[in-house]
Design a protein around this ligand. Structure first.
Ligand code: HEM
Length: 227
């Protein structure tokens, strides 16, 4: 399997790995948001959705392990590429354009690492129920996701943590989508402004949708009552 490793370590292999894993994570974030938006349809809708996912049983675990592998590969490749970039540049940049590029990649690493911290916190919160354990609510053998979301986002520090991480997600997606277009070779005077606007719109829609959920109890947007 050394050719796989050699490909991954090459510059083009690293960029391809970032693009493919990035797109898969992007699709996950969209699917996850669409699922979670069902909270606005009431307790039954979101809890039935969560139950359907859990009833997948072993299939859910295959998806979870696949998602974890994609996520780890994305993070490790980003760290390797950023190290390789630094090693190739012993002298500071002289041109402004390259300084901007370096700022963008550094902010990608920072927003990416913040998202890594968010995902760990988020899994401990909603998947394991170890963080904010006082908000854990059960419905039969499953979590009462609706009650947990309402209880969690009724507390300001949790809302701030989620909204803050969504701002990081916005920055990361917006730049990541533009980098993806560049990896595909879509860098052209005619396309670039369009790609920039589309990346902005998609990143804002995803982060905005998540923020809307986090603010829903505060804004009184959710139905009262149990599932
Ligand atoms: C306000 C925004 C969000 C809400 C309300 C939310 C809600 C949830 C809930 C309730 C679960 C547990 C599902 C279950 O086990 O029944 C979950 C799992 C998860 N969430 Fe989120 N989520 C949000 C944003 C995000 C974001 C932005 C990401 C990624 C960057 C993310 C990544 C994940 C992952 C990886 C899982 C684990 C999936 C699994 O184990 O099946 N979530 N989320």
């Amino acid at each position: 399997m050394s050719w796989v490793h050699d490909f991954w370590r090459s510059s083009i292999g690293g960029k391809t790995t970032m693009a493919v894993t990035g797109v898969l994570l992007f699709l996950f974030v969209i699917a996850h948001l669409l699922g979670n938006l069902q909270i606005f349809a009431g307790p039954k809708a979101i809890n039935d959705y969560a139950k359907t996912l859990h009833d997948l049983g072993p299939l859910l675990w295959v998806a979870r392990i696949g998602l974890l592998a994609i996520f780890v590969l994305h993070v490790l490749t980003a760290i390797r590429l950023s190290r390789a970039n630094k090693a190739a540049r012993p002298v500071a940049y002289a041109k402004e354009a390259t300084v901007q590029a370096s700022f963008a990649s550094r902010s990608m690493l920072l927003s990416g690492l913040s998202l890594l911290a968010f995902v760990v916190y988020h899994l401990l919160h909603f998947t394991v129920g170890a963080v904010h354990a006082e908000d854990v609510a059960l419905k039969g053998a499953n979590f009462d996701v609706y009650a947990m979301v309402v209880a969690s986002f009724s507390r300001l520090p949790v809302v701030i943590a989620y909204v803050g991480s969504q701002l990081m997600l916005f920055l990361h997606l917006q730049h990541g989508l533009q980098s993806f277009a560049q990896t595909l070779g879509l860098s052209h005077a005619r396309y670039t402004p369009m790609i920039r606007s589309l990346s902005f719109f998609l990143a804002a829609a995803i982060a905005g949708g998540n923020i809307l959920i986090a603010l829903a109890p505060t804004l009184g947007l959710l139905q009262k009552g149990a599932a």
